[in-house]
Design a protein. Structure first.
Length: 269
């Protein structure tokens, strides 16, 4: 991940145990299904914003070398990534390092494939990050982003709607774009990719209700999102707790369901 003028990016989710569990559930198969058939055993792959490394480690089954990078402001998570590589027996193929996505410490054309998942929505300069991805890629660039405007909760409740409103306000106040999926094509073209070499598709996900509810409640009780929402006076501590309780109540409803759209950019440098 990266940020404007060298400052740390604002990451509203934070890295609480609940959020990290959700991130650790991500795999190459679930978060790069469209990319996997295009990978070659001899490929090298760069994973930008690798977090706890589960996706990076998953790529080891498909390519010869994986480098996962995370912004220095979130580098504490890299110890978990390295532990994951050791535990899965892929530490010889997967390495991790700190790096700023606006100034990747790699030469031009250093990797066959450059990948990121849920990164562009959090950075103030997504086009600049895509330019860097294009610069260091030889063959393929793949970016996967959600779109907050395409989140669907059932049953609908005013407090859960309020959560989405607050998330959008806080994310944009930090320089992010929570509706990132719909911007992928425009961002790629602005970053210099040829129009005929850019393809953007979409898929949908429906995470488990209990885990999603716990993750959202955790973000409300301890995260950069909570702190920023209170600091900017978008909400109050009382409302924040009311919303957290609403998530927990929603998860107990036998009819509860959640789904959302994922945009997927596949581009050739």
């Amino acid at each position: 991940m990266s940020a404007k003028s060298g400052h740390a990016p604002f990451y509203p989710s934070g890295h609480s145990a609940t959020v990290l569990r959700a991130h650790q559930a991500r795999t190459a198969e679930t978060c790069a299904a469209r990319l996997l058939p295009l990978l070659q055993p001899t490929d090298s792959l760069l994973d930008i914003g690798c977090g706890p490394g589960t996706i990076s480690c998953g790529f080891a089954a498909y390519v010869s070398k994986v480098v996962g990078v995370e912004h220095p402001s979130a580098s504490s998570v890299l110890s978990q990534a390295r532990q994951a590589a050791e535990a899965q027996g892929v530490a010889d193929k997967v390495t991790f390092a700190e790096a700023d996505a606006l100034a990747l410490p790699f030469d031009d054309n250093s990797f066959d494939v450059v990948y990121c998942n849920q990164v562009l929505q959090h950075v103030p300069e997504p086009v600049s990050v895509l330019r860097e991805m294009r610069r260091v890629a030889r063959r393929l660039v793949f970016a996967r982003e959600a779109d907050r405007g395409a989140f669907v909760h059932f049953p609908h409740t005013p407090l859960i709607q309020r959560f989405d409103e607050l998330w959008t306000l806080v994310a944009r106040a930090g320089g992010g774009e929570p509706d990132a999926a719909r911007h992928l094509r425009a961002w790629a073209l602005e970053a210099g990719f040829d129009e005929e070499k850019v393809d953007v598709s979409a898929g949908a996900e429906a995470p488990g209700v209990a885990e999603w509810s716990a993750s959202c409640a955790s973000r409300l009780r301890s995260s950069g999102f909570r702190d920023k929402a209170l600091e900017l006076e978008y909400t109050t501590e009382e409302e924040v707790e009311d919303i957290a309780l609403a998530w927990e109540t929603w998860a107990k409803d036998k009819d509860a369901w959640f789904g959302y759209l994922q945009g997927e950019l596949l581009a050739r440098p």
